[in-house]
Design a protein around this ligand. Sequence first.
Ligand SMILES: Nc1ncnc2c1ncn2[C@@H]1O[C@H](COP(=O)(O)OP(=O)(O)OP(=O)(O)O)[C@@H](O)[C@H]1O
Ligand SMILES: [Mg+2]
Length: 338
Amino acid sequence: MASPLIEIRNLSVVFDTPAGTLHAVNDLSYSVMPGETLGIVGESGSGKSVHVMAMLGLLSSPAARVVSGEVLFRGHDLLRLPERALRDIRGRDIGMVFQDPMSSLNPVLTIGRQIREVLQRHTGMNRPQASARAAELLELVGIPDPAGRLSHYPHEFSGGMRQRVMIAIGLACNPALLIADEATTALDVTMQAQVIDLIRDIRQRLGTTVIWITHDMGVVAELADTIQVMYAGRIMERGPISPVFHDPRSAYTWGLLRCMPGGAPGNGTQRLYQIPGSPPNMVHPPPGDPFAPRNRFATARCHRQVPPLRQVPGGAPGHMVAAWYDLPEILATHPELH
Ligand SMILES: Nc1ncnc2c1ncn2[C@@H]1O[C@H](COP(=O)(O)OP(=O)(O)OP(=O)(O)O)[C@@H](O)[C@H]1O
Ligand SMILES: [Mg+2]
C-alpha cells in the first residue's frame, strides 16, 4: 500500500478574539494519497480555509494559533519547518490557487513577470527559460496566444482568464500537490465547467494530487475521487464519491445533498431545500455533535458527546462518518422525507 502524500494529524487551530477563544479547527485528521483528488465541502465557517492556511503556515499570528497537530508532507512536519524551508515547499512542491485572482495577482506587474518570478525563485531558471516556461503554462491552461499574453497586465484578462492564470502560477513548478480554495466560485457556470475540465486534464497528464475546496457539491461530484464534509472545524463524513452521495450517513451531508438543485444525483426533481438553522458560534461550540442543535433526529447522546469519525459498519471501504445515530434507519422510518 502506498503511503499518503500528505497527512494531517490532530490539527487544532484557534483565534483569540475579543469575544473569547474561537475554535476554528478541532482535532482534524485526514490524509491524501498520491494522485488522489480530495473534494472538501461544508458551509461557510466550517474551517475549510483556516485549516489549509494553517497547514501551509499562512495564518497570521498572534491572533491565530495552531494549538496542536502535525502536517506530514514527504516525511516533514510542515508545522515545525523553519519559515524558509516552508517557503521553498510552498509554490514549488505545493501549488495554491485561491479565490479572487484580482487580489492575488499584482495589478502593476505583467502576468509574464509574475509567473517568471515564481519560476526563478523556486527553480533557478534564468529569464529566457522562465519566459518560455511561462508561455508553456499559459498554453497548458488554455489561454490563446500565450507568448503574446505574457506582456499583459491582470486587468487585461477576463475573470475566467485570470483564474486560469492563477492556476498556471499554482502549477508553475509542477507541484506534487495542488490546493485550490473556492477557485471557481466567482466564475459563471460555463467558465467553471472549463476550469474543472482543465483540472481533470492536468491531473491526468501530470499525476497531480489535488485538494479542492468548494461550497458546491456538484463540483465535487464531477472532480473528486473522495469527498470530505466538514462542519464546525471537524469532519462529519468522508469517503469515495458514490457511497457518500447515494448512501450518506451524516444528517449534515444528507442536508447538503438535499440543497443541491435537483436534489442528490438520482433524486429527480426535488425542490431546493435549506438546512434549517445556522452553524454554531465557535467561541461557544456545542459540547457534543456540533450539528446536533440543527438535527431534528439528534439523540440525547448527540447533544452530550462528540462522535468519533469511524468506518461505516458494512459500508464501502473508506466511507467514514461521525454520528451516534443511524441515518438509514431514521430515513426508513420517515417516508415523508423522501
Ligand atoms: N481572522 C480571523 N479571526 C477570527 N476568526 C476567524 C478568522 N478567520 C476565520 N475565522 C473563523 O474561523 C472559522 C473557520 O473559518 P474558515 O474561513 O476556515 O471557514 P470556511 O469553511 O473556509 O468558510 P467559507 O466557505 O466562507 O470560505 C469561522 O468560525 C471563522 O469565523
Ligand atoms: Mg473559505
